[in-house]
Ligand binder design. Sequence first.
Ligand code: FES
Length: 61
Amino acid sequence: MYVCNCNGIREREVRAAIAAGASRPVEIFKACDGKVQCARCVCDMRQMLDEEREVLKYAAE
Ligand code: FES
């Protein structure tokens, strides 16, 4: 599934970028060799970042 249609960035690429240390959408774009265009995907990226933070939070408990 594509998260960013403008750059053709898939969900698994976003998750890989987050796992590699991206903590903001701009860092996800950089890791995926993309750049912000329409920015419609930024909310989805932020949601995925929040999900990963929640997972790490519960894993640490
Ligand atoms: S959908 Fe990602 S920049 Fe347009």
